[in-house]
Structures are given as structure tokens and as C-alpha cells.
Design a protein around this ligand. Structure first.
Ligand code: SAM
Length: 243
């Protein structure tokens, strides 16, 4: 990957950044995403935010090497503290766990007033983001699921709106877990992801059954059974090579 050729994962994130955006890419590492978008004339301004010294320096180095310092500001800081209200109208956060992405949004809520779009790519636990969006009046407007190098990634796109609108035609609990748009499309990567998750939960359930029984253990078992039931409902009647 470089500033000319993104991974399929980041290319999918890039696709959802509106043309002429003022983009803040949080957790930008090498600043590949804002650099790629700036070089292709897709953004009018970019901020590459990084909390860690090494990735911050890689981002600075790349932006300088590409001659993009006028267009991209590389800033060191935790989450949304690198932006001032009004600095950005689109925020991307990619390549982290869903809980971390949700906590970055939660801790920087006051910076979101002028932001029109969020493009979020959790590596795991996308439900934490869907729940944050619902609780904070953001409407999921699109979802993608892709497989690259044997890993499956979800991309969630949100704008301010009616948070429950995408869940109108689906079972809410299932939609929060697997994604309301992805649930309706049931692409191969989706079926593979949830078949593998189900296998993993069954393994954990068996381990819990073999462990000394306690009220906590029972709660965990019930939670897992609940998730397995939701996913079985989704995969029902779907012939899958992974199940
Ligand atoms: N966004 C790039 C991508 O998707 O390829 C880089 C992903 S990398 C796995 C995650 C990056 O997020 C790391 O460079 C890490 O330092 C940064 N990061 C983690 N927590 C952060 C936070 N609270 N604020 C800013 N950056 C953070």
C-alpha cells in the first residue's frame, strides 16, 4: 500500500468520502488515506490525526515527501482533540476495534457539530459503533463488507438523521449485531463472517460448559446462546461452505 494504491479496505473507505470534503482521518498512521484523496483531487483539505509517535512521524514524512503539506495537516493527539469545531466536515476512522472508534466519537462529541459524514471501519465489534450511532442521532446510510487477505472488514457510513430508519425493515437486535444493510444483502463475505463467528461462539460455549459453574458463567452462556440464535436466524436456509 502507498499513497497511489490503497488496500481494498481503505479504497472502500475512500469511496465514501464526499468530493471536496474537509476530511479528518483519525488514527491515520502513514496518512495514506488523506494523501491518496488529496492527490486525486477528492478532498479540499485533510487532517491526519495520530496519537502515537511512530505513526505520526510516518504520516509527516509521507505528506512532506508527496509535497502535500499545504493540503494536509498532520497533527499529534488523542482522537478528535486534533480538530477544532468546524475544521472538518467528514471524519474517517479506520483499522481499529469498534469500541475504540465509538469511544473516540463519544469523547469528542462537541467536535462533531459541523461534521456531515462519518466513515468508520471497525476491524471487530461493529455493534459498538451501530449502538453509538443510534444513541447519538446519527443515521447509518450505507454499509459494506469486504474480504482482503483472508480478513473480513465492515465499513459503516453515517450522516445525521433518523437513527432507527435503517432498522425499520429488520429485527432491531439482529440488525445492530450484523448490520441492517448487510443483513438484507447477505453477500458471501457476510455469510463467511457470521459462520466463523458462530463456530467461535460454539467453541467458547463448550469451554464455559466445562468450567466450574457460577452465576457469571451462566450469564455468559446465555449471552452466547442468544447471539448464536440471532446468527442462525440470519444464516438459516443459506447453504454455506463455512458452516
Ligand atoms: N487508519 C489506518 C488504516 O486503516 O490503515 C491505520 C490503522 S492502524 C491499525 C490504527 C492507528 O490508530 C494506529 O496508528 C494508532 O496509533 C492510531 N490510534 C489508536 N488510537 C488512537 C486515538 N485515540 N487517537 C488517534 N489515533 C489513534
Amino acid at each position: 500500500m502507498n499513497t497511489d494504491k490503497l488496500s481494498v479496505r481503505l479504497e472502500t473507505v475512500a469511496k465514501y468520502v464526499p468530493k471536496d470534503s474537509r476530511l479528518a482521518d483519525i488514527g491515520s498512521d502513514h496518512a495514506y488515506l488523506p494523501s491518496y484523496l488529496a492527490k486525486n483531487g477528492q478532498i479540499s483539505f485533510g487532517i491526519a490525526g495520530e496519537v502515537a509517535q511512530g505513526p505520526f512521524q510516518s504520516a509527516e514524512k509521507n505528506v512532506m515527501a508527496e509535497g502535500l503539506t499545504e493540503l494536509i495537516s498532520v497533527r499529534m493527539g488523542d482522537g478528535l482533540e486534533v480538530i477544532q469545531p468546524g475544521d472538518a466536515d467528514c471524519i474517517s476512522i479506520a483499522g481499529m476495534g469498534g469500541s475504540l472508534i465509538a469511544s473516540i466519537l463519544e469523547n469528542g462529541k462537541e467536535k462533531l457539530a459541523a461534521v456531515k459524514r462519518l466513515v468508520l471501519q471497525p476491524n471487530i465489534n461493529a455493534i459498538a459503533i451501530r449502538d453509538w450511532l443510534i444513541d447519538n442521532h446519527w443515521e447509518l446510510i450505507a454499509e459494506e463488507i469486504i474480504e482482503e487477505d483472508n480478513k473480513i472488514y465492515e465499513i459503516l457510513v453515517a450522516e445525521k438523521g433518523e437513527p432507527l430508519k435503517p432498522y425499520r425493515d429488520v429485527h432491531l437486535e439482529t440488525g445492530r449485531l450484523v448490520g441492517p444493510f448487510l443483513l438484507q444483502r447477505k453477500e458471501n463475505a457476510f455469510k463467511k463472517k457470521w459462520s466463523l463467528e458462530k463456530k467461535n461462539w460454539l467453541r467458547i460455549y463448550k469451554q464455559l460448559e466445562g468450567a466450574p459453574q457460577s452465576p457469571e458463567n451462566e450469564v455468559k452462556k446465555q449471552e452466547i446462546l442468544g447471539k448464536i440464535a440471532l446468527v442462525e436466524g440470519v444464516l438459516d436456509n443459506e447453504k454455506s461452505e463455512w458452516s
